[in-house]
Design a protein around this ligand. Structure first.
Ligand SMILES: Cc1ncc(C[n+]2csc(CCOP(=O)(O)OP(=O)(O)O)c2C)c(N)n1
Ligand code: SF4
Length: 287
């Protein structure tokens, strides 16, 4: 049976601000999943707290909404329990690079077969626009009238330095490109990281569609770009005058975490099939 994009529609009405990039990100996601003929009962998404996390009930899919910054470990758990699922971790730049940074690092180095969707709107939006690591330095933000004073951290370079087996950048208002990237990331057997430059017209007024149209370039337009080369990837991320979208880097040599487990070789069952049930009544009576 073929899957239709509308199968992913939920009855809940989005509460995002008009012009928010989250609308188009959800459209891209639904398109990618339906194009791959993955039904809502074969896909799982984890969410945390944030405007992006408020999308948890806006898509008809198996899901779990957890604490802020904890979307990635939830996705890892779901994936290891049942690899038949397509697993996507949805997270904001705040949750990913502040509350939950350790999870990103270990998901990448372990190479779990999940897709991590980072909504980079350059602020903590749900809590009304505080500065994150991606907020421009010295830009006045709620609670920080003179802006962030800490040094910059280029998160794209940071991600690349962790040597993910799949790393892409996207722009929320280009859902067609994002859905193509998503399809490749879902088919990639390893940890895929997609950093989405997401419009937030409420708290990041400088990052407009006009600015993006002027400054965002597609990696596909770079002649001879080699997405298997870390050097090529470093070159384009160094260029601070432009943002490049598309697949920055990918490699298929590194085995995924699960495929590296000797004790799971030739196993026909998923871990979830092997869960045993014990009657703990007698044990509880002791207390
Ligand atoms: C552990 C923890 N720290 C802080 C908060 C408060 N909090 C909730 S949402 C949020 C901002 C979310 O920002 P981000 O993850 O970037 O997502 P966005 O809202 O921008 O989509 C914060 C700081 C929380 N709920 N839990
Ligand atoms: S505050 Fe920003 S991220 Fe949140 S819903 Fe509004 S536009 Fe979207």
């Amino acid at each position: 049976m073929s899957v239709n994009i509308t199968d992913y529609n939920s009855k809940n009405i989005p509460t995002w601000c008009p012009g928010c990039g989250n609308f188009a990100v959800h459209t891209a996601l639904k398109k990618a999943l339906s194009d791959l003929n993955i039904s809502p009962s074969e896909a799982f998404m984890s969410f945390d707290i944030g405007c992006n996390g408020n999308g948890a009930d806006k898509i008809n899919i198996y899901g779990f909404k957890g604490l802020h910054g904890r979307s990635i470990p939830l996705a890892i758990g779901a994936h290891l329990a049942n690899r038949k699922f397509t697993v996507i971790a949805d997270i904001g730049d705040g949750g990913c690079f502040h509350e939950g940074l350790d999870h990103l690092i270990h998901a990448i180095r372990s190479n779990y077969n999940i897709t991590i969707l980072i909504h980079n709107n350059e602020n903590f939006a749900l809590t009304t626009g505080q500065a994150t690591v991606t907020t421009k330095k010295n830009k006045p933000m709620y609670g920080l009238p003179f802006g962030r004073i800490e040094r910059d951290l280029n998160i794209s370079e940071f991600i690349l330095n962790l040597k993910p087996t799949f790393f892409a950048k996207a722009y929320s208002q280009d859902p067609l490109q994002l859905s193509e990237i998503l399809k490749k990331s879902i088919n990639h057997n390893g940890c895929s990281v997609i950093e989405i430059m997401q419009l937030c017209p409420t708290y990041n007024k400088e990052f407009t569609h006009e600015w993006a149209t002027e400054n965002i370039k597609k990696i596909d337009s770079i002649e001879g770009y080699n997405s298997n080369s870390l050097e090529s990837a470093r070159e384009i991320l160094k260029d601070t005058t432009k943002i490049y979208t598309g697949i920055v880097y990918e490699e298929t040599e590194t085995k995924s975490f699960y495929d590296s487990l000797e004790n799971r070789k030739n196993m026909k069952t998923e871990l979830v099939d092997e869960v045993k049930k014990y009657d703990i009544k007698k044990l509880l009576e002791k207390f």
